[in-house]
Design a protein. Structure first.
Length: 244
């Protein structure tokens, strides 16, 4: 029997908006990739946000690339604010994947805070609260990464910010409209970033840094590049799996 696809709604975020002025949805993209950044999307809604969200909005994994791109502007128009931020491969190597997720998430929060839109609560996709975990050493260790190896012009180590209330939600990107919007925005931006990278033969444009057959073959032939997570055990290479 074919399983019915879950459609997002606004139930959870609407309930949180009864107690909080601003609510964010947050999702990550690229966690399991071999190369490229890990990317975090943040979508913000308020009590005045229209109740009807973009038509056919869904978890980015359930959408074609064309449909995701078509949803970007409707999502931006629907949301009160949004941000997408990254942690670079060198930062993933320095911090581990959880620390890098936290760094990217805090960079996204810093962007909306600069526009006076720091959310009071965040719906975080998944079961693990990687955003609010103690981060006392994240700024120090991230600051040791060469600025040239960080994730772009908006990738400074973020200032200390109050951490919003975090509500984890398994399947949040499929169930919650605000998290689905964050998922789409993050996926589209990261895909475009990967497709634009100089590529000596890894086929970034098609695999986006994930372990496709062509990517693995290129690793065995070309070795690891500056875009690869060198602390991971990369297929075909004798690299210690020290931080994964």
């Amino acid at each position: 029997m074919r399983r019915r696809r879950v459609r997002p709604d606004r139930g959870l975020e609407t309930g949180l908006l009864e107690r909080h002025e601003l609510v964010g949805g947050m999702d990550e993209v690229g966690r399991g990739s071999l190369a490229g950044p890990v990317t975090v999307g943040l979508a913000i809604v308020g009590r005045g946000t229209p109740s009807v969200f973009p038509e056919r909005l869904a978890d980015s994994k359930q959408l074609t690339a064309r449909r995701r791109r078509a949803l970007v502007e409707p999502c931006r128009d629907w949301l009160l604010d949004w941000a997408v931020a990254h942690a670079a491969p060198a930062e993933i190597d320095a911090l581990g994947i959880i620390g890098a997720l936290r760094l990217a998430g805090r960079r996204a929060l810093a962007q909306v805070t600069a526009r006076d839109h720091l959310p009071d609560a965040i719906i975080l996709d998944g079961s693990n609260d990687w955003l609010a975990a103690p981060a006392a050493d994240t700024g120090v260790r991230a600051d040791r990464v060469d600025p040239a190896e960080r994730a772009g012009p908006d990738s400074a180590v973020p200032p200390a910010l109050p951490t919003p209330l975090v509500r984890t939600q398994v399947g949040g990107d499929a169930r919650c409209a605000v998290v689905a919007a964050a998922s789409v925005l993050a996926k589209v931006e990261r895909d475009a970033l990967m497709a634009a990278l100089p590529d000596p033969g890894y086929e970034w444009a098609s695999n986006k840094g994930y372990a496709s057959a062509a990517h693995i073959e290129a690793l065995s032939r070309l070795g690891a590049s500056a875009q690869h997570r060198r602390s991971w055990r990369l297929p075909g290479l004798d690299v210690p799996d020290a931080r994964r």
